[in-house]
Ligand binder design. Sequence first.
Ligand code: SF4
Ligand code: SF4
Length: 286
Amino acid sequence: MARCNVCFRHCELPEGQTGFCGARKTSGGIVRPVFYSRVSSLALDPIEKKPLARFHPGSMILSAGSLGCNLHCPFCQNHAIAQQIREGGFSVPTEEITPEELAEVAVRCRSRGNIGLAFTYNEPLVCWEYVRDTAKTVHERGMLNVLVTNGCAETGILDQLSPYIDAMNIDLKGFTDRYYRETLGGDRRMVMDFIREAVQRCHVELTTLIVPGENDSESEMRELSQWVAGLKNVSGGRQGTDIPLHISRFFPRYRMREKNPTEIRKIRELVRTAAENLRHVYSGNC
Ligand code: SF4
Ligand code: SF4
């Protein structure tokens, strides 16, 4: 039996058993990643698509995804790579790409405006060892690393990664424990601790997807943005009020198809509310 220390679930796993995320299992008495170096998605994207609005704007970034996630958001647009593995398998093609090989792909994309590598699409921290090894190799080649994460991980993982990560986009999906626990299968306090630490170590932007009837009240956005504004020791000598927040529109998909897309009017209203506390608030998917 071994215990996984990546997220709040702390799965206790007998030899050969896989944890809730489907991406870590006990082997030789240690919990290890199941999909180390297994890449499911690779694309050269504008950095604004991560989304990062204030980190090398106008540049491109090679974006790589693997398999698995420790949350179960019912609207997950990447469920084929993030959630299917937990439900008994996956149907997407994957490729083995070592850290060195992936870093070399990033280097080859330089001529197309690429500044480095983004770990994204599924939840990268369920295989943080690959993120660490690859990001280190990317740095050795003089390029940058971006992490796009749900932030539902122990801060000890951040200690392992932060020497190599230059920017993050972290989801702050809402500001109630109920929404995190019951709808997403996450832990809001863990995400808040992760964000509190991450902002001290590199450039961080946050994303909140607004789901009608779930996390769309003005009071919740006011509370969320006030908390962000109050974060201390932000890297680069910035204030909490300088942390960019992306407020995004929901579209029905996966297991949440009964709701309508978030009204653009609602996004604009919440952007105005957040802007009472934060200097850089962006609307997304509008
Ligand atoms: S990362 Fe996966 S295996 Fe580890 S505690 Fe979280 S859900 Fe369990
Ligand atoms: S955290 Fe992201 S990848 Fe994971 S289930 Fe939620 S939306 Fe999908």
